[in-house]
Design a protein around this ligand. Structure first.
Ligand code: PMP
Length: 380
């Protein structure tokens, strides 16, 4: 008797980023710029709201998509901060942006449907698409300054294309899509039945450039899903909270996977969501902007030509001149210089490595000193 499980689950690799991060952590004396999470604590007001909810015994099943007051707060926040008009009936509070992404792909994909993933990209997308029996189709952007050329997009579309994911600011490049890029995408997609999933989890961490999200193209509202997270701007990665926005009929269907998978997010954290939306993220933005400027300046001084990121907290460094693939480069850098970066191949793009600057000034200085020595000793 042969016992088999779902082949998609059997064949999918676990996250390479997590594995590499573990390798760095278990290397004595290593400095790692591997993690994509703020090195800050959750704001006191957010923690206090959750504590008060617990003390009030807010510990019973909440409504599946979120308490009405939470959805109202998100609706008001999106209108105020981002000019987006989504009513409470067009929102689902999710277990991080990760669940929102899973629910989105699971809902729109039939087996064999293709999803265009502009690369480099957050590795989770490909895995989720495959687990949902879809087919990831990579659209390389590294030769286009990490923008999407309309002709390249048009060439990637087939009769099986069901969706495209847009991440701006991007993980791992920190780049944001220009208005021209978004207009081009809008034009290519205008007459095609393709969903657009906007992963805008870093949109409150933009430092330069004029920010636009594809969610502004409300003429395509019936096929846009916006994915958001509390993780990054409010240092709430461990709370596992996010949400999605979608036109009412689509949201009505999106709740199916959400309901049968998680029922709802926990009850007593929902007051914390409201408190978070009231927090001023400007100091966080200013802190990461300062770090970006420092890291970018140091890399330039080392002769490493990096495209200046406009948001998030990552830089994507080209390593072509070292003559190594990204995994070999990262292993060598870790072994010889005691610095951990993440291989670009985990984001679907060889020849680059990702550096996260979610670290203190002291750690950044130490790590960049190590990188500088490594570059100098490599004599390239
Ligand atoms: N989207 C992007 C682009 C991300 O970088 C991340 C986290 N690294 C997520 C989604 C997932 O965020 P969450 O913690 O809300 O699940």
């Amino acid at each position: 008797m042969e016992l088999t499980i779902n082949s998609a689950a059997r064949d999918e690799q676990l996250s390479g980023i997590r594995e590499f991060t573990y390798l760095v952590r278990s290397t004595p004396g290593a400095v790692g710029f591997t993690i994509g999470e703020p090195d800050l604590d959750t704001p006191e007001a957010v923690k206090a709201a959750a504590k008060a909810a617990l003390d009030d015994n807010d510990t019973h099943y909440p409504p599946g998509n979120g308490y009405p007051y939470t959805l109202e707060a998100i609706s008001a926040f999106e209108a105020r901060e981002h000019g987006l008009r989504y009513g409470p009936e067009e929102i689902i509070l999710t277990v991080g942006a990760t669940e929102a992404l899973f629910v989105s792909f699971a809902t729109v994909l039939d087996p064999g449907d293709e999803v265009i993933i502009p690369t480099p990209a957050f590795g989770l997308y490909e895995s989720i698409v495959r687990l949902c029996r879809g087919v990831p189709v990579c659209l390389p952007t590294e030769n286009d300054r990490f923008q999407i050329r309309p002709e390249a997009l048009a060439a990637a579309i087939t009769p099986r294309t069901k969706a495209i994911i847009l991440t701006s600011p991007n993980n791992p490049t920190g780049c944001i899509y220009t208005k021209q890029t978004l207009d081009g995408i809008h034009q290519v997609l205008a007459d095609k039945p393709i969903f657009v999933i906007c992963d805008d989890v870093y949109r409150s961490l933009v430092y330069s450039g004029e920010y636009h999200s594809f969610s502004e193209y409300q003429d395509m509202r019936e096929r846009i899903i916006v994915v958001q997270s509390f993780s990054k701007p409010y240092a709430m990665t461990g709370w596992r909270l996010g949400y999605l926005l979608a036109d009412a009929p689509l949201r009505e269907r999106l709740q199916v996977f959400h309901q049968y998978c998680v029922t709802s997010v926990p009850s007593f954290v929902q007051r914390a969501c409201v408190a978070a939306l009231d927090c001023d993220v400007e100091p966080v933005r200013a802190l990461f902007k300062k770090r970006r400027d420092y890291v970018y300046g140091r890399l330039r001084d080392m002769g490493l030509t990096v495209q200046e990121p406009e948001g998030a907290f990552y830089m994507f460094l080209p390593i072509g001149r070292f003559g190594l693939d990204s995994k070999s480069f990262c292993r060598k850098l870790l072994a010889e210089a005691g610095l951990g970066l993440i291989p670009g191949v985990f984001f679907g793009t060889e020849g680059y490595v990702r550096l996260s600057y979610c670290y203190s000034d002291g750690e950044l200085k130490e790590g960049l000193d190590r990188l500088e020595r490594f570059v100098r000793d490599s004599k390239i």
